[in-house]
Design a protein around this ligand. Sequence first.
Ligand code: SF4
Ligand code: SF4
Length: 496
Amino acid sequence: MADIQIPEIKERIEIPNIKTGATADYKCYPASEAHMTKLGFPSKLVDNWKEKLIEKMAELLKKYRSLQVYLDICVKCGSCTDKCHYYLGTADPNNMPVARQELMRKIYRKYFTPTGKLLGKLVNAEELTEDTLKEWYTYFHQCSQCRRCSVFCPYGIDTAEISMAARELMDAIGMGQKYSNEIIAKVEETGNNLGIPGPALRSTLDFLEEDVKDTTGVDVKFPMDVVGAEVLLIAPSADFFSTPHVESLVGYAKVFHQAGISWTVSSYASEFANFGIFIGNYSHMQKIASRIREQALALKVKRIVVGECGHAWRVGYSFWNTLIGPFDFLDPKYPAPQHICELSYDLINRGALKLDKSANDEFTVTFHDSCNVARASRMGKKPGGQFEIPRALIKATCNKFVDMAEHTIKERTFCCGGGGGLLTDELMELRVKGAMPRVQALKEVIDSHNVNFLALICAICKAQFSKVLPYYKMPMEMVGGVHQLISKAIVLGAKE
Ligand code: SF4
Ligand code: SF4
């Protein structure tokens, strides 16, 4: 902690003066040869990496037309330059979205455009060299793929998609990142990111059953591998083992119990997170998600409900249908998948749950919109449901709620600083600095309204804020899930 220079939290977020190379040394660990091999990538940098990368780039440009459009249409208007939390927190100019894009664009120009081939540096086209590759590895792993910059770009250029493509290209030549690739290998082997075997999962669920019985006197079940249950719950595995995540799992269980919905988790598909998206690799996304379809069929469930996890909701909401659909075997009355927030919201609106707001009177709550929920998916039937539904749930469970500043929430929310495969210890300095804009907005409501609970619907945000808030002298205990609030407020027992 002592080694990290903590950004000063000022009255408003200031645009920093450029510090060239400020984060050039922030590097994530490379993937091991064993993990690269497991994922079907070259185990180390291939000899002909230059040809391979250009060849793969040609393939991606053909496959993802959006990538080519994004590389072609930037007019250098500058509108995105001060919109990235990593630039605001570190001042490294390569963390300006347009500069990050330019790392790939200059190579694209050189090898794929007539003017770049002909005029080279005159049109900012550059040869692919080892130095470029080093820059790619550094700065495409300093993008949390949050898409905030795209909201402010008049053309909607999505830097996240460029980062995803860059990581796909680097994996293809044997230059992968340890954190994401190790986790992908683990989930493909064991069914969850943490490598938890079925018996360990069962004992955790048994412990939670006993704990809820002890604290409430009510027999709330935490079922596993139950054939014929109505709902298959797919939660991020952090919900089973991490704090505060597990409190939300208890909340989901209480909601199912009180609504009389039979449910189960699966020991084979015990992970909602899908890090395949972080490395831009659709076949790994599909492989990870396939377990869920297999289990939904094997357990003969009618619905798939998913827990609090931001990027995973994007994968589920936007990609599952083409990756593992169609879901014609599920009950068509419900969305497939359905977010646990949608389910609880629907039950509350129908009067199926009783909530005692005073149970959360110790809290003044604010809500952090997670990037992938806010800018890459939706909830409910109406546009903006992803903003309204979590807030409606919070307001139904507590008496004191306050939003952070308008320019830092909803579509314009700031990333927690740990998304996109960057939630790894060696990037802690980047994570702390990248969290600065969100922390600034949080401090405002702490100072003005005594906020003491930061409600979240993302496993990565929960882990990231628990770790970085103490750097800013804010207590990690203020971090929690929306269903943690529901868990406290829900009135269990016979309905009136
Ligand atoms: S996607 Fe997010 S992290 Fe990446 S450049 Fe844009 S604002 Fe920064
Ligand atoms: S806002 Fe869009 S067009 Fe303008 S510099 Fe950024 S990426 Fe380019």
